[in-house]
Design a protein around this ligand. Structure first.
Ligand code: HAM
Length: 424
């Protein structure tokens, strides 16, 4: 017997139906916002990710050499691939470029509930817009997707990495080390880094700063701690909150949180994370913000902002809140009454399938009563009984599998009759 690789999942039909429902809510919402779908490879050259994604992701890569000795890696996320694609091709399109994609991503992590080595992201990026409207649109799409799924408990925490970066008087590698310690709220590591850099005086203010969360009052407190640096960032976040009101985002859906630092190195401006409070340890269903990758990949400086939601976690959240409608079973199971009627049953089956119904027929050779049991076990809404007597009269018998009621229906009106029965 073979076992699944650690951190991967098999998804049964009911699981897949729920995953598709959640993905469809994202696709519907993204399309309604004017985003277009793109696709990128599932593996890329290793360098694409080591260039700027940061140690959190790089240490978790599925990286290997291909048969020609090239270093490649399975994608741990979409953003780097989309920005590579943007610089090579999409940049000739009218700005802003608004794109989305959905698919599996791979990270070598310690698996637990909601944290897998193969997981599925719903990702959107806006490239080449003005900062404030693009950031607001990004957040509105992320929150709007969660609402479209039916989730009631949505909590976006919004921070600003530009503010933190301008407060840290260090070059990029040292800044990254401090930011990683802050992201993990690892104050021992933070203290050690600041000691090494001879700036242990920054430890207190930084700890106070990342502990701040709440409404716009938080921004004033943060401004006091930073004593003048980062003023623009606070004004920006105030305006962002006004934009979000304009989108109709409920004020209770988001808070400001100066502790949102993010684990990826490419962020430069507004950053956010979204939690679904029901989920326990792996409650972060999404994250994103404004970043700069195009420049690193050889493109001109341009505003870049986006997010990814984790589909696996969204489904867990939707299950915990009980908001996903049960997946639809078969519309009709066609039952030939007697061996001689099988071809006639196939005719009816073909007609129903062509009309767009989910219709099935026995492939095992069961008799009529076993077939009805089977239709019941499948949860079919109707059984269509094709018998010689009815056929000669131009009709079939339709049994409602929920009520058990059975009636004769002309084959000419069967499609219409089923359609109106199923819409009830
Ligand atoms: P991220 O925060 O690394 O951001 O991942 C986004 C979401 O993917 C997480 O919030 C989580 O729901 C899900 N996720 C991440 N790792 C796992 C895992 N091992 N198992 C299950 N779910 C997981 C990014 O990936 C950025 N590229 C987002 C972005 C787009 N920023 C700008 N544009």
């Amino acid at each position: 017997m073979f076992e699944r690789p650690r951190g991967t999942n098999d998804w049964g039909p009911e699981d897949m139906a729920r995953r598709r429902q959640v993905e469809a809510a994202f696709v519907r919402t993204a399309e309604s916002f004017g985003f277009r779908e793109v696709g990128t490879p599932m593996f890329e050259s290793l360098e694409l990710f080591t260039a700027k994604s940061g140690p959190t992701i790089v240490n978790e890569l599925y990286a290997f050499k291909d048969r020609s000795g090239r270093d490649v890696a399975l994608r741990p996320e979409f953003t780097a691939s989309i920005l590579r694609f943007y610089v090579a091709d999409l940049r000739s399109r009218p700005k802003p470029v608004k794109v989305y994609c959905a698919g599996p991503a791979f990270r070598y992590e310690e698996p637990q509930k909601g944290r897998y080595r193969e997981f599925y992201q719903l990702n959107a990026e806006i490239i080449g817009g003005a900062p404030l409207p693009s950031d607001a649109e990004t957040l509105a799409l992320a929150i709007g997707t969660m609402r479209a799924i039916g989730l009631k408990q949505v909590r976006a925490r919004i921070g600003h990495l530009g503010m933190l970066r301008s407060y840290l008087p260090f070059g990029p590698p040292d800044q990254a080390a401090i930011l990683h310690a802050l992201d993990k709220k690892d104050f021992a590591a933070l203290g050690a880094e600041l000691d090494r850099l001879g700036r242990s005086d920054l430890g207190g203010p930084l700890r106070d700063l990342v502990g701040l969360s709440g409404d716009t009052l938080v921004l004033e407190k943060a401004q006091e701690i930073l004593e003048g640096t980062g003023t623009e960032a606070f004004e920006y976040l105030r305006k962002l909150s006004e934009h979000l009101h304009g989108y109709g985002v409920d004020p209770s859906d988001f808070t400001f949180d100066m502790g949102v630092v993010r684990g990826l190195d490419y962020y430069t401006g507004m950053v956010f994370e979204i939690d679904s409070p029901n989920l326990g340890a792996e409650k972060q269903v999404g994250g994103g913000g404004a970043y700069s990758l195009a420049e690193i990949f050889g493109g001109e400086p341009v505003q870049q902002t986006g997010f990814a939601l984790g589909l696996d976690r969204l489904v867990l959240a939707a299950e915990a809140e009980g908001v996903l409608p049960p997946s639809k079973a078969l519309d009709a199971f066609v039952v030939p009454i007697g061996d001689g009627m099988r071809d006639r049953a196939l005719e009816v089956l073909a007609m129903l399938r062509a009309a767009g119904f989910r219709a099935d027929v026995d492939l095992v050779g069961r008799g009529p009563s076993k077939n009805l049991d089977h239709a019941n076990a499948l949860g079919a809404r109707h059984a269509i009984l094709v018998g010689e007597r009815e056929w000669k009269g131009g009709s079939v018998a339709v049994r409602d599998m929920v009520t058990g009621a059975q009636r004769e229906v002309s084959r000419k009106t069967l499609v219409e009759g089923l359609r109106s029965a199923l819409s009830r």
